[in-house]
Write a new protein. Structure first.
Lengths: 112, 115
């Protein structure tokens, strides 16, 4: 039982490049989330998915797109990376509202 | 939407003393309030949570209090130990009809417990 798994763990991109961050959970959770963590700013919600087939914007969605591929997988795409997107990205999942959210190990992304 | 403010941003205490971290939230519809601990280089992990129908909850040395009227909640750690040193995040969320929730975090408190 791996929990929430993110790939890759580290990535360096050049400005304007695109990439997809992958996230998968094996806990049969309904809801999945993408956060970014910047120094002094806590965890900010980018997008979330209440259930398979639905996605909603969070606090900072600009510059990102998401896909809830199936119940297990929720990917985050940067179409044209910018230095302002340098951050640590966390995926999380929970069974339903008001229950514990489990986080992946994070992806450290640097855009140069 | 929901906005969560957390204070202080840093907190240094002597081992054995108590630590208190406070958060305020803006959305009166919020009814779920978890606290997460994040050690250096690690992922955030839940340490305690409280729902709006409860005013206080304890788990060994950790307690959380909630004042819905004032829209604030606090984390209390008693008899602090060096291993309590970490960044602590509060969060707030309304639970929507579809059972999802937009979990919004505070900016974090870096707690240092001095031996």
């Amino acid at each position: 039982n791996a929990g929430v798994t993110q790939t890759p763990k580290f990535q360096v991109l050049k400005t304007g490049q695109s990439m997809t961050l992958q996230c998968a959970q094996d806990m049969n959770h309904n809801s999945m989330y993408w956060y970014r963590q910047d120094p002094g700013m806590g965890l900010r919600l980018i997008y979330y998915s209440a259930s398979e087939g639905t996605t909603d914007k969070g606090e900072v969605p600009n510059g990102y797109n998401v896909s809830r591929l199936n119940k297990r997988e929720f990917s985050l795409r940067l179409e044209s990376a910018a230095p302002s997107q340098t951050s640590v990205y966390f995926c999380a999942s929970s069974y339903t509202g008001g229950t514990e959210a489990f986080f992946g190990q994070g992806t450290r992304l640097t855009v140069v | 939407g929901e906005n969560v403010e957390q204070h202080p941003s840093t907190l240094s205490v002597q081992e054995g003393d108590s630590a208190v971290i406070k958060c305020t939230y803006s959305d009166s519809a919020s009814n779920y309030f978890p606290w997460y601990k994040q050690e250096l280089g690690k992922r955030p992990q839940l340490i305690i949570d409280i729902r709006s129908n409860v005013g206080e909850k304890k788990d060994q040395r950790i307690a959380v209090t909630l004042n819905k009227t004032a829209k604030h909640f606090s984390l209390h750690i008693t008899e602090t130990q060096p291993e309590d040193s970490a960044v602590y995040f509060c969060a707030a969320s309304p639970i929507r009809m579809d059972s999802s929730y937009k979990l919004i975090f505070g900016s974090g408190t870096r707690l240092l417990v001095r031996p």
